[in-house]
Structures are given as C-alpha cells and as structure tokens.
Design a protein around this ligand. Structure first.
Ligand code: ATP
Ligand code: MG
Length: 188
C-alpha cells in the first residue's frame, strides 16, 4: 500500500486490514512515497517523519511492515519503480497494490501503466466522497473492494492540527503524540 502518509490515519489502516483479511495476504507493506509527483514538494512533510509515523502506526500488527524503497530512491516517486523494487526484493511473491478509489481513477495516467498491471494485481478500495469505477481498467488485474467507510483524510488531519482541533481517534494515539512532539502541521 503506497501513500504519502502525512499523517497515516485510520482510513489507511482499516483499508489495509480489511484487504489483508479478505485476500489472505501474508504481509501488507506500507510504502511511504519519497517525492510524490502529483503533490507539490513544499507541502509534504520530511520523509523521515512520514516513515516513522507509518512504523509507529503499524508496529503492533504482525502482518504489517514498512518499506523504505521509495524514500531511499532519489527523484520523484513513481509506482512502477515501487513495484519493480518490491518484486526484486521478493522474487517469489505475488504482489497486490492496494489503493483508494481516488488514486485508482488516475491510474491510467500513471507512468508505464501497462507494465503496472503485469507487476501487480490492483485492489481499489472504497473511499467516502470518491466513486469506485473501473472505467478502462483491465478487469482481470483490478479488483474493486468495498471496505468499512472512514471519512478521514490526511489533508483534513493536517488542517485540524493547524486550527488547533483534535485528531484523537482519527489517527492512532501514537501519531497524535508524534505530531505534537515534532510540531508537525502547526502554525509557526
Ligand atoms: P492527502 O489528503 O494528503 O492526499 P490521504 O488521506 O489521501 O492524504 P494518502 O497518503 O494520499 O492519504 O493515501 C494513500 C492511499 O490510501 C491512497 O490510495 C488513498 O486513496 C488511500 N486512502 C486514504 N484515505 C483513505 C480512506 N479514508 N479510505 C480508504 N482509502 C483511503
Ligand atoms: Mg491522497
């Protein structure tokens, strides 16, 4: 599961947990992006903070791990490179890429879209506010999956912190504490 994870929240965790159970996955690898090509660089928190928050949020689940492949690779992050790196590290694994409805909608515009579908099976999960449609996607390589709806976004979490509003229960407790300890998203 790739993401900016700025910060990781319960929407990500519920989606990952649900897909892990439904598809009987051995492992869900959370992959924080380095520099996402779709996002303005100045608006994204330093990779180490996003990586550490992802580690904290996933530490208690034996099936969840975190990969540094994207944050350690120089340059912009493209999902094709993520999948190539993960495939090289796990030559015998069958790869699934978990993504939300909003990201799935853009997938055909991603770099090397054809090869993406050769490297992994894509699982598009429901996300409140975004419709789950498979327009133009190869049906044998993409599964649309309904997961319990969590109307949470990182953008909203950041805005709440900036306004001095709580993010308790939207993100794991350790993430709330990490955000405050490092003064993330707060006004200077
Ligand atoms: P931002 O608001 O900064 O874009 P985000 O909440 O969308 O953050 P990302 O890190 O961009 O989080 O998302 C990583 C992946 O998780 C994407 O594929 C996204 O669609 C999916 N996702 C995020 N939030 C949810 C949610 N509440 N339910 C289901 N999927 C989600
Ligand atoms: Mg997003």
């Amino acid at each position: 599961m790739g993401g900016t994870f700025d910060p990781i929240h319960h929407g990500h965790l519920v989606a990952a947990s649900e897909v892990q159970a439904l598809f009987d996955l051995d492992e869900v690898v959370f992959v924080p992006t380095g520099k996402p090509w779709q996002k303005d660089a100045g608006q994204v928190s330093p990779a180490e903070h996003r990586y550490l928050m992802t580690v904290i949020a996933t530490a208690s689940n034996p099936r969840f791990t975190v990969s540094r492949v994207d944050i350690d690779r120089p340059g912009l992050t493209y999902t094709i490179d993520t999948l190539r790196d993960l495939a090289a590290q796990r030559p015998d694994a069958e790869l699934f890429f978990i993504t939300g409805a909003d990201a799935l909608a853009q997938i055909l515009s991603w770099k090397d879209a054809d090869e993406l579908f050769e490297l992994a099976h894509f699982i598009g999960v429901t996300r409140p506010g975004h419709e789950l449609t498979d327009n133009g996607l190869p049906r044998d390589r993409v599964t649309l999956q309904e997961v319990p709806a969590m109307a949470i976004s990182s953008t909203d979490c950041r805005a709440r912190v900036e306004r001095g509003e709580p993010v308790w229960y939207l993100v794991p407790d350790g993430i709330t504490q990490y955000i405050h300890k490092h003064h993330l998203y707060a006004q200077p």
